[in-house]
Design a protein around this ligand. Structure first.
Ligand code: NAP
Length: 255
């Protein structure tokens, strides 16, 4: 039986990964901060799918906690076949705020931890000659909506670079770039998503199924749904001035 380690596996997209993988018979290591939700998720999945579910309570903004996750990822006696670097959150602060701690915290969780866990998984999987790394990025990385866009642009570029470094080793890397997904994300970040048209919302279970299929095919960038594939093709080819104008409108609509 394969084992997957999913950060942020207690809610939203991470929970959808955990359920989809458990349904395939994959054992799980779930990482998040809230121990009650970790225990509830582990109980639900092990009972429903008869898989082993370990929980690892860790705050990925904390370097020592990240190192405990590294220890689990590199434990030769209990190999991890799939890493899903998913934990994250929206950032609703202005880049010009005097207090930049929200941006720094976001970079710690969504860049620094992703880099450290990706390095640990990458070298361990390379030694075994197989493995899969999925980094949850965002279509926000293609536009200009604050530090969240900058962070997710980094996650996508980092994933492509890691894929280049690991090419031919048996280890694949996929950046998952979803658009808007119905999870706790917007409420937690205090983002008003009420003006987003219904057609732009994605279903977490469907996008996870699509992403796992893309990862199995070795696809490096996974953009779920045809409508977002078209939108992101337009975004990649549009003049950057037009992208900034759209970004301005989207940013002001959610304040
Ligand atoms: N929802 C969207 O529209 C959307 C779109 C594109 C990309 N994404 C990306 O998808 C990923 C998952 O987001 P989601 O929408 O599923 O959000 P969510 O429902 O709020 O889930 C976030 C998960 O991350 C965990 N987490 C947050 N901070 C953490 C920390 N410091 N240390 C460890 N775990 C932490 C949370 O658990 P605890 O609170 O217990 O730690 C929770 O399990 C994020 O990377 C996000 O940027 C989301």
């Amino acid at each position: 039986m394969a084992t997957a380690l999913v950060t942020g596996g207690t809610s939203g997209i991470g929970a959808a990964f955990a359920r989809a993988l458990a349904a395939r018979g994959t054992n799980l290591v779930l990482v998040a901060r809230n121990t009650e939700r970790l225990a509830a998720m582990a109980a639900e999945l092990s009972e429903r799918y008869a898989v082993q579910v370990e929980t690892l309570a860790a705050d990925l903004a904390n370097r020592e906690d990240v190192d405990r996750v590294v220890a689990r990822l590199t434990d030769a006696a209990r190999p991890v076949d799939l890493l899903v670097n998913n934990a994250g959150f929206g950032v609703h602060s202005r880049l010009t705020d005097e207090d930049t701690s929200a941006h720094e915290h976001a970079m710690d969780v969504m860049c620094r931890a992703v880099l450290i866990l990706g390095a640990a998984a990458g070298r361990t999987m390379r030694e075994r000659g197989k493995g899969t790394i999925i980094n949850v990025s965002s279509t926000a990385g293609f536009v200009a909506m604050g530090s969240y866009s900058a962070i997710k642009a980094w996650v996508t570029a980092y994933s492509e670079s890691l894929a280049v470094e690991l090419a031919g080793t048996g280890v694949t890397v996929t950046a998952l770039c979803p658009g808007w997904v119905e999870t706790e994300f917007h409420q937690r970040a205090g983002i008003n998503a009420g003006s987003i048209p219904r057609q732009l919302w994605l279903d977490a279970d469907q996008l996870v199924a699509d992403c796992l299929r893309d990862a199995a095919r070795g696809k490096v960038i996974s953009i779920p749904s045809n409508r977002y594939k078209v939108l992101m093709t337009l975004a990649r080819h549009a003049p950057r001035g037009a992208i900034r104008a759209v970004s301005r409108r989207l940013t002001s609509s959610r304040r």
